[in-house]
Design a binder for this molecule. Structure first.
Ligand code: PLP
Length: 391
């Protein structure tokens, strides 16, 4: 008989996926029901209701796209854009760049506003871009740039977008469930997220929400959405009152998401955000004691994704080998740099269930050993002590 796959037990401290709560893993092993079973339809309603609460929105059209965060990104853009439309996309990392690619595939005109990697999108950037562009249909921003660790101050820049009349699309893949995301208060028209970051569910679904102005833009489209699978005017008939089959929903993933959202609600959003903040501060203090330097200025650092330059390593050592040793000897996964940051930085994710004090301390202890072996000088025990003192 062939042996079943046995997954190693990892501590997931990379840019996602994050550790999953045992209750969520339990939900995945529940018996399957059909995608039109009344029990499943009730669970879909629960998912919608709980998603509205984490997105802090009253938007009726709030649901989970069958696909990862990229499917949510594509859903928002392909439904809102048509050939000839103009979209401003702020690019301060890898995920803004990907949005530009999708805008082009919609045959819309993309105005890419390049911002140095590691910096947030600021109100002045938005005001300047809007002055230069005549009538953008849409403005898109990544709230939490996972490739750089920068958080853009959405509350601050949203009024400028509102004044322009353009639709506001927000990527909240990494931020949702880890720091405030205020869809209604910020006037966001369409937003997408992912399950595998601060919601601590496996990857596979993308929570999305569409507000009244976005729905109006969809209803006024001249042509059909080019993607059949991601056309929300059809998907809403399955997630809404009509319950018309569109595609077979990933049943078990929806069980898992409902359970993950219950765990979030039991903790409470405010407490959850504060936990992410405290564990970020503890990690930051410990990492700085070891000689790491943050890529992002303190006020714009993400709590759930710490991007750091490594201290100088002795000859013969490099960052990829060190990450491999963390995985092999300590079963801890962290992330390397993407794009311009490849080989230069580490990305330490403290998301959802991975944002726990004991996990931060376990990582810092392991780092003390492997950095010492790589010739980095620091006072033994200083990282753990600094983290304990910080939070
Ligand atoms: N947007 C951001 C900010 C992300 O961090 C990611 C994934 O890391 C994505 C979009 C794409 O999500 P996925 O990899 O789940 O398709």
């Amino acid at each position: 008989m062939t042996q079943p796959f046995v997954a190693p037990r990892r501590l997931l401290l990379g840019p996602g996926p994050s550790d999953v709560h045992p209750r969520v893993l339990g939900a995945l092993s529940q018996p399957l029901v059909g995608h039109l079973d009344p029990a499943f339809l009730a669970l879909m309603d629960e998912v919608k209701r709980r998603l509205r609460s984490v997105f802090r929105t009253a938007n009726e059209l709030t649901f989970a796209v069958s696909g990862t965060g990229s499917a949510g990104m594509e859903t928002c853009l392909v439904n809102l854009l048509e050939e000839g439309d103009e979209a401003i996309v702020f690019v301060n990392g890898e995920f803004g760049r990907r949005m530009c690619d999708i805008v082009e595939r919609c045959r819309a005109r993309v105005v890419a506003i390049e911002i140095p990697w590691g910096r947030a999108v600021e109100r002045e950037d938005v005001e300047r871009a809007l002055r230069k562009t005549s009538h953008p249909k849409l403005v898109a921003i990544v709230h939490a740039e996972t490739s750089t660790g920068a958080q853009s101050p959405i509350a601050d820049l949203a009024p400028a977008i509102a004044r322009s009349g353009a639709l506001f699309v927000l990527d909240a893949v990494t931020s949702l469930g880890g720091c405030p995301v205020e869809i209604d208060a910020w006037g966001v028209d369409a937003c997408y997220s992912g399950t595998q970051k601060c919601l601590s569910c496996p990857p596979g679904l993308s929570p999305v929400t569409f507000g009244p102005r976005a729905l109006e833009a969809i209803r006024r489209r001249k042509r059909k959405v080019q993607s059949w699978y991601l056309d929300v005017s059809m998907i809403e008939k399955y997630w809404g009152a009509e319950r018309v089959y569109h595609h077979t929903a990933p049943i078990s993933m929806n069980y898992a998401l409902a359970e993950a959202l219950r765990v979030v609600e039991e903790e409470g959003l405010e407490k959850r955000f504060e936990r992410h903040r405290q564990n970020h501060l503890a990690f930051a203090a410990g990492a700085e004691a070891l000689g790491f330097r943050f890529v992002v200025e303190p006020a714009r650092r993400l709590w759930m994704l710490n991007s750091v330059y490594l201290p100088r390593l002795a000859d013969g050592h490099d960052e990829a080998k060190l990450r491999r040793r963390l995985l092999d000897d300590y079963s801890i996964e962290i992330g390397g740099g993407l794009g311009a940051f490849k080989g230069k930085i580490w990305r330490v994710g403290l998301m959802g269930e991975s944002s726990r004090r004991e996990k931060v301390l376990r990582l810092l202890e392991a780092l003390e050993t492997i950095l010492r072996d790589a010739g980095v000088e620091f006072r033994p025990g200083s990282a753990v002590a600094a983290a304990e003192a910080a939070a």
